[in-house]
Design a binder for this molecule. Sequence first.
Ligand code: IVH
Length: 672
Amino acid sequence: MNTEQARARIDQLTEELREHNHKYYVLNTPSISDYDFDMLLKELEQLESAHPELAHENSPTKRVGGDITEKFEKYTHRYPMLSLSNSYSKEEISEWAARLEKTIENEEVEFVMELKYDGVAISLTYENGELVRAVTRGDGETGEVVTANVRTIRSIPLKLKGDAWPSSFVIRGEIFFPLEKFEALNKQREADGLELYANPRNTASGTLKNQDSKLVAERQLDCLLYSIYAPEQLVTNHYDGLTHASEWGFKVPPAAKKYIGKANSVDGIMEFISYWDEHRHQLPFEIDGIVIKVNQYDQQERLGMTAKSPRWAIAYKFKAEAALTRLNEITYQVGRTGAITPVANLEPVLLAGTTVKRASLHNADQIKKLDIREGDYVYVEKGGEIIPKVTGVELSKRPADSKPHVYITHCPECGTELIRKEGEAQHYCPNETGCPPQIKGRMEHFISRKAMNIDGLGPETIDQLWEAGLLKNAASLYQLKAEDVLPLERMGERSVEKLLEGLTASKERPFAKVLFALGIRYVGETVAKKLTKEFKTIDALQAASLEELVAVDEIGDRIAESVIEYFAEEKNQEIVALLREAGLQFEAEESEGPTSALLEGKSFVVSGVFTQYSRNEIKAAIEANGGKNVGSISKKTDYVLAGDKMGPSKLKKAEDLGIPIISEQDFIDMIN
Ligand code: IVH
């Protein structure tokens, strides 16, 4: 393909992919299969990497992330980002409406009601139809530039449709975590033995400020837009403005789903509010209220603003839904990692559309702080958190004979004395190898799809095998015989055969999966892959020092310490030895290896943001040419490959150690 043909195909693919993106993520009406979409995207990626100069700045391939932001630049908003004043009742809304009428005399005032999305505000600037900047709210005057991350949010257009938009304008909206994606993320974290995220809002906010845009892309955030700022508006009111924005490709609240409404009176406003107060839990994202706005721009202008918020808009905040019910008993749960969670067992009560029987009490400090006792009447709330929590005690209903709760000192499952590490709120049961829920939890992780993927074995069978005394640890699975399993309930010959076949097949699982399956704290799938690639064998990994571990790209102290702690335990060494004896893979298969030896023996630290290739592409090129990527600069580093915005401390360290600092172009020249 010559350059002209490549250009034409790149342009065509870019356009087609944009259209598919819009249909899928903005309109929710996909027109091709995911597979076909991926094929087109792959083709575009290949063409762009062969002809980087032809790639569009806002190409759909940029959606998958890859750019790393070392430090978010500050940016002063062209229009300050104000907040809204809050109201909590019909009276307050009526007072607000009455105040408006003093300024807007003898004119109809039309109101627009929208959902108040519970996420993070974002300000997007478009110039000549292309996204040029995305900035967080910050303090309202100055925010942080998070463009690389925002590009990965598929419902935000990188290039606008048509040509009827102002040549330069700002559009604002809320970035949020769709509930389904948030729950899936927490499920994955649970499987990886990581702490769960508390609520979608904070997680969206943390994600948006993550330095790795690839991670942001994986999280699949979404965005709904709610206001447009242009030097000259093309329409006379807010509602029509949003309709326009929708034509340009933005995701705005769909009227068909009642995400937006119009009213001419306080009663009309209240109708919208009551509807959503009742139905908000059916939404695929969280809202914390309703925003009411004066529709006409000229009326908005006359109303103006106070120091903090516009007079033409107000938020109605829903009350956090709370219920009062009796706390019958405090029990304790032991997780896979041994963490103890106190649980309130409640008299069942209806809350936000579901019956609640249990609520989290978090930890010992929380129980003490609120002086929560068995037999108390407690307030239970579903705030931003998914799991309901106890927020207070109704002291007037406290029984006369009530006694302060005494937190347990020993594990409710195995009786071992609990420990509490300095600076941590949670108590732990340290009996990793003898405490049933910990063993069973680890075993469930071991057999799970992303780990050993053992067909014919699920959590219920693990339970049965455990009850029958057939399991001590993961290695016991490989010692199971048909005659041990056959007597168990619901275990026919066919299921036993399937289980044994599944176990045999799992012996072919590659080392990275086995390492992940061991359930070492903080060693998730990606970390397991990195470690196997670097150390190749379990012996080498087991022998690695802290320094050697942290020298691996993207492995920090926390992970390194956890790996060292794991292998220091004699019981873990035993399990590894037994699994090895059973025939599991503890060595990485020879990978395809480098295709050239140009950079053999050379180690690189790659840092900053690059223009021609993504950071990951550069790292892949280093490895393909026989070089090695390392995480931090040391005397042994051969080159520091510096992109834009590389942190000053890294630069200084490289200079101090006299390590050559090369640019992206130097590197490209080096390998060509
Ligand atoms: S309009 C002058 N509309 O609520 C402010 N804001 O307290 C104009 N928010 O930071 C904001 N949903 O992030 C508006 N439909 C909506 C909204 C909304 C959520 C957030 C926004 C802002 C905060 C105001």
